[in-house]
Design a protein around this ligand. Structure first.
Ligand code: MN
Length: 229
């Protein structure tokens, strides 16, 4: 009983924030647009099931897995770099919740086109051109065997790199082959595209470029540059 009460109090704390350190709480954020908003690139039914069932389940299971641990009240970004020491239930569901929250926020019904400014310059100097970058990113998405994610990230030395991760892993985790701060991602689990694109992952990656929120990606990129100063 005592444990239950303590856990309930700890969970209540995550519902707002950690009062001592002002760490942002782990919350299930509203989808930033309607289920229909990403049509025709991602159909409404896929967005609805993906957000309200798949993503929500990761969040619910994460909250259960964190209950009673000393990680309650910590932000996702604080836990991810040491996640290899966490039980699988925390590792998988934390990755699932972080990755999906990130994914929804770098998509927009008004997205597409090309990045501008310092981000475009960095992409051009790293990959040769925007088209060459898109091709390399698609290659990472296509060659991820089974379920996972492809990423564009900023390495600790400030350079850009493309990678892919299996299952619900991500570049912030100490389990990642190449670690960095992600600024763009695509979910290549079949649940992200199967209803519209069936088994055609390539077609879903091509559609993805029409809804990338480049201003949001540029903001994430610029934050990594500021934190280096
Ligand atoms: Mn997913």
């Amino acid at each position: 009983m005592r444990t239950t009460l303590l856990s309930a109090a700890a969970l209540a704390l995550t519902a707002c924030c950690n009062a001592q350190t002002n760490v942002p709480a782990i919350t299930f954020q509203p989808l930033p647009y309607a289920y229909t908003a990403l049509e025709p690139h991602i159909d409404a039914k896929t967005v609805e099931i993906h957000y309200s069932r798949h993503h929500k389940a990761y969040y619910t299971n994460l909250m259960k897995a964190l209950e009673g641990t000393d990680l309650v009240g910590k932000s996702m970004e604080a836990i991810l770099p040491g996640v290899s020491k966490c039980p699988a239930a925390i590792r998988n569901n934390l990755g699932g919740h972080y990755n999906h929250t990130f994914y929804w926020n770098i998509l927009s019904p008004k997205g597409g086109g090309t990045p501008t400014g310092p981000l475009l310059e960095k992409i051009n100097s790293t990959f040769g051109s925007f088209d060459a970058f898109k091709e390399a990113f698609k290659q990472a998405a296509m060659t991820r065997f089974g379920s996972g994610w492809a990423w564009l990230s900023v390495a600790p030395d400030g350079s850009l790199f493309i990678s892919s991760t299996p299952n619900q892993e991500n570049p912030l985790m100490d389990t990642a082959e190449k670690r960095g701060t992600p600024i763009l991602t695509i979910d290549v689990w079949e649940h992200a595209y199967y209803l519209k694109h069936q088994n055609l992952r390539a077609s879903s990656v091509d559609a993805f470029w029409n809804i990338v929120n480049w201003p949001a990606v540029a903001t994430l990129f610029e934050q990594t540059q500021q934190s280096k100063k």
